[in-house]
Write a protein that binds this ligand. Structure first.
Ligand code: NAP
Length: 192
């Protein structure tokens, strides 16, 4: 698949507007689980030329299922890698720019402002990219990582996960199939 075909297929699924989990956000959760969600290769590759590197439709459907109805926090570059804000989610963009006003998204200049905006969400998500995952590695409580068992050429990488601090609490292994040529695993990490 060419980079253009991968982008086209990924965008179709990311922007799919069919509603899911619309009422998940509730006022003042007793406990909040701040979750990073990412798909990273064996060599931690996340993206190249401000785009994703592969198309795994089942993973994107899972991303939509988990994040719909919640706040999603992302870096300005990840936001600009997508055609527009993701539907049925509160899109929050981190940037140091003071005059950034994209359509359909809230803009913050600091991590603290981002966290203040998601206070009432029981499970806000950090959706990337590399800089933003690094920023939230210490703060977040859970990582939903799709590990693609293949090395890719990339210019952005997921930070390494310190296994003395994080444990895998759930794992589902998926074999390569007609839809996509790579074995991958859904790994859920939680702080020890
Ligand atoms: N595989 C995956 O799961 C996945 C997920 C998401 C993204 N990606 C890929 O990751 C790549 C983009 O990642 P990236 O690391 O280049 O960029 P990024 O993390 O999406 O965004 C970086 C931007 O965030 C802002 N930022 C960073 N630290 C900040 C801070 N402390 N305070 C305020 N703003 C801050 C800055 O925006 P300003 O420059 O505007 O100040 C910075 O340029 C793309 O290739 C994308 O496709 C992959």
């Amino acid at each position: 698949m060419t980079a253009q075909e991968i982008r086209h297929k990924n965008n179709n699924l990311l922007l799919d507007n069919e509603e899911e989990g619309k009422h998940k956000t509730t006022a003042m959760p007793a406990q909040q689980t701040l979750t990073m969600i990412a798909a990273a290769a064996k060599n931690n590759a996340l993206g190249k030329d401000n785009d994703l590197i592969w198309h795994i439709s089942e993973d994107l459907k899972r991303f939509k299922r988990l994040t719909s109805g919640h706040a999603i926090i992302m870096g300005r570059k990840t936001f600009e890698s997508m055609p527009k804000a993701l539907p049925n989610r509160t899109n929050i963009i981190l940037t140091k720019k003071k005059d950034y006003q994209p359509e359909g998204a809230l803009v913050v200049n600091t991590v603290e402002e981002a966290l203040a905006l998601v206070e009432e969400d029981a499970q806000p998500f950090i959706i990337g990219g590399g800089e933003i995952y690094r920023l939230f590695m210490e703060t977040c409580d859970r990582i939903e990582l799709t590990r693609v068992h293949h090395d890719f050429d990339a210019d952005v990488f997921f930070p390494s996960i310190d296994t003395s601090k994080w444990a895998i609490v759930n794992q589902e292994d998926i074999l390569a199939n007609g839809d996509q040529p790579y074995n991958y695993s859904y790994l859920t990490y939680e702080k020890k």
